[in-house]
Design a binder for this molecule. Structure first.
Ligand code: SF4
Ligand code: SF4
Length: 213
């Protein structure tokens, strides 16, 4: 038993020949790692760096919020002000690229292959905020989505978009010269005429059920 222990100790004390060979080779070969920050780093073409939002292509649908594994993207809707706020905290980002892969427009966010030096002393400096205008239900004030999101869906659907009364009403608002002309207040409870107003799917269902009964 004592002899066995002695052999194990001796094995641990002296490195194996293979490890010794590796150490000697690495002493005389250049480093595999980049010499950054001493010298500028040139990332590979498919390097996944900081996610960069394209303000013109991001419609604020928040699909990326739902697929971000570390919850680096969060959203809050304020029905009072009619504003959606999207917060992207790159201090939590793991550069997985899910936001880019699942972005509904395909161009709302892309991981840069040049922005890699994003370490900060103050964590608040790695947080970015976006705001988008909300579309609210004229009857119950529920959040439907953002204006840009619904317009994007209408464009994508083309003539098929006319099968949705919500899409029709929103398109109607953009086509009339003044928003006052399109804004018909919901009065005396939900009625059939309110199908031609901007109401959420729940309120639309209530109107349709009333019409059927
Ligand atoms: S790259 Fe991954 S972790 Fe970073 S914001 Fe996008 S989904 Fe979230
Ligand atoms: S999925 Fe794309 S369009 Fe939607 S909020 Fe994220 S970046 Fe913007």
């Amino acid at each position: 038993m004592k002899r066995k222990k002695l052999i194990i100790r001796n094995k641990m004390k002296y490195p194996k020949l293979r490890e010794l060979k590796e150490a000697v080779i690495s002493l005389v070969t250049p480093a595999y790692t980049s010499p950054f920050p001493a010298r500028e780093h040139i990332p590979e073409e498919r390097f996944r760096g900081k996610p960069v939002v394209n303000e013109k292509k991001c419609v604020g649908c928040v699909t990326c919020t739902n697929v971000c594994p570390p919850n680096a993207i969060t959203v809050s809707d304020d029905a009072h002000t009619g504003i959606r706020t999207i917060v992207r905290d790159y201090g939590k980002c793991i550069f997985c690229g899910q936001c880019e892969t699942f972005c509904i427009t395909g161009e709302g966010v892309k991981l840069s292959n040049t922005l890699y030096d994003i370490a900060v002393f103050d964590r608040s400096n790695s947080v970015e905020t976006q705001t988008r205008e909300l579309v609210l239900c004229s009857h119950c004030n529920a959040v439907i989505s953002t204006k840009e999101h619904i317009h994007f869906l209408c464009e994508k659907l083309g003539p098929k978009g006319y099968s949705s009364t919500l899409a029709l009403n929103i398109l109607n608002q953009t086509m009339v010269p003044s928003s006052e002309d399109a804004d018909v207040p919901v009065q005396d409870g939900l009625k059939r005429k309110d199908m031609f107003n901007t109401i959420c799917p729940n309120c639309q269902r209530s109107v349709q059920v009333k019409m059927l009964l």
